[in-house]
Design a protein around this ligand. Structure first.
Ligand SMILES: NC(=O)c1ccc[n+]([C@@H]2O[C@H](COP(=O)([O-])OP(=O)(O)OC[C@H]3O[C@@H](n4cnc5c(N)ncnc54)[C@H](O)[C@@H]3O)[C@@H](O)[C@H]2O)c1
Length: 248
């Protein structure tokens, strides 16, 4: 049995990953604060099983609770951990609230670190332990109004490199997937921050070689690969999935 833990997967990219993990036969433990949509996703028919754990990753105790739920489901073994939860807030720099900065660090960066700490042993017991985080092309570029998002998503690249070194001898890999512009509710804060959202969207799409924003399913191939035995010799790496946005 393959047991996968997804943190932040009730909607969007994480939900697409949950569906894909279950379709390949994984038993998924889904940890998310959105109990309604988490329960709806868990009720879908699929070959792999699913358990839902209601956790708020703002709480530093939550990552360990989520890992414990997955350990229980996998009899002490977790094959793949996918930390995908993230938050995005945009404010003018002078008004940026310290509390919002702390929220971003807690969910986007401290959460993955605490998850890695808690999951190290059950991942090492797996035949092909995989730790994957969702960073962003926001780790490579910056936008006005979003300093905490860019800083935390860039911080994840440092985290996975440190984990790759620490975990190398165990064979557990640690990688990041970096989506570009994916059409989910997530970016609403960004669009609301633009003076002319329609014009900004047109300019954005014109700068993407593949000519469109991505959908959550566009990121799934990379997620499946980096949580599979086939990616055994890839660790500490950042895989960009952005329709060519950062290539030009
Ligand atoms: N949409 C994009 O364009 C884009 C681009 C690059 C990276 N990303 C990253 O992809 C990830 C998923 O984003 P998405 O676009 O699918 O958005 P989404 O809002 O659909 O998904 C975020 C998920 O995280 C959960 N979550 C948020 N805060 C939480 C908390 N405190 N505790 C528990 N769960 C929490 C939400 O309930 C939701 O299920 C995020 O890390 C985001 O930074 C998104």
């Amino acid at each position: 049995m393959t047991t996968s833990l997804v943190l932040g997967g009730a909607t969007g990219i994480g939900a697409a990953a949950v569906r894909a993990f279950r379709a390949r036969g994984d038993t998924v433990v889904l940890a998310d604060r959105d109990a309604d949509r988490g329960a709806r996703l868990a009720a879908e028919d699929a070959s792999g099983g699913i358990r839902f754990a209601a956790v708020d990753l703002l709480d530093p105790a939550s990552p360990r609770r989520a890992v414990e739920a997955a350990e229980e489901a996998g009899d002490g073994v977790i094959d793949a951990v996918f930390y995908n939860a993230g938050v995005l807030e945009a404010h003018p720099l002078a008004e940026w609230p310290v509390a919002a900065w702390d929220r971003a660090v807690a969910v986007n960066l401290r959460g993955p670190f605490l998850t890695a700490q808690a999951a190290a042993a059950p991942l090492a017991r797996a035949a092909h332990g995989r730790f994957l985080v969702t960073s962003s092309t926001g780790a490579l570029r910056g936008h006005a109004g979003m300093p905490a998002y860019h800083a935390t998503k860039a911080g994840l690249l440092g985290l996975i490199r440190a984990l790759a070194d620490e975990w190398g001898p165990t064979g557990v890999t640690a990688n990041a997937v970096l989506p570009g512009w994916i059409d989910t509710e997530f970016n609403r804060g960004f669009w609301d921050h633009q003076s002319d959202p329609a014009e900004a969207m047109e300019r954005l799409v014109a700068g993407i070689p593949l000519g469109r924003q991505g959908a959550p399913d566009d990121v799934v191939g990379a997620i499946l690969f980096l949580t599979s035995p086939e990616s055994a010799y890839i660790t500490g790496q950042a895989l960009v999935v952005d329709g060519g946005y950062t290539a030009v």
